[in-house]
Design a protein around this ligand. Sequence first.
Ligand code: C5P
Length: 220
Amino acid sequence: GLEADLAGRHVVVSAGGTREPLDPVRFIGNRSSGLQGYALARTAVARGARVTVVAANVALPDPAGADVVAVGTAEEMRKAVLEAAGSADAVVMAAAVADFRPADYRESKIKKSETAGPAPIELVRNPDILAELGRIRRPGQVIVGFAAETDDVLANGRDKLARKGCDLLVVNQVGPDLTFGRPDNAAVVLAADGASVQVPRGPKEALADVVWDQVAARLG
Ligand code: C5P
């Protein structure tokens, strides 16, 4: 990807991990650092794209040349992604979006003394942003998802690709010491047309460039 093959294109990348608040001081979150999303943003800028990054709780310097929209929760991410996606040629959902959020948000800090024993936390489903993008996409718009799996990585990936209606799904194995907060990644890029590209362990930029190669090949 040395040539500016994304020149004139607008791409949206989500990065980081959402936090779903319980009260003013507590949240349910995940281990996503935003490194892969920011690598996608930097490489897209290098290839000439206009880049919007929707960043959830990322503690990294902004990728140079990209517009960054900071969000906290899945609902906030949905709003920002859908707004940016309206003019986008491609959307890459690299963020770890919480599947569930606490049913109630408590305006005051929850006190230990409120219950005799551990209180259950009731959860409700969050919107699936990727699935929604797959449903409402314009003709020619390329939609890319990520899947972090711990077991049956490829079978789960194929299943998810079909269910979410995306063009490409990047599947990586996660677990202790794999992927999270590390500068390198290994993955398989699955395509809805049946193709797949194996990306050996390497810098997250290398995986990002493979993703953009696959996106560029599918843009009209
Ligand atoms: O279903 P799962 O969470 O494994 O799917 C992962 C993919 O779906 C990622 O691309 C993630 O950004 C996206 N996702 C989403 N909205 C959710 C959950 C996941 O867009 N509520």
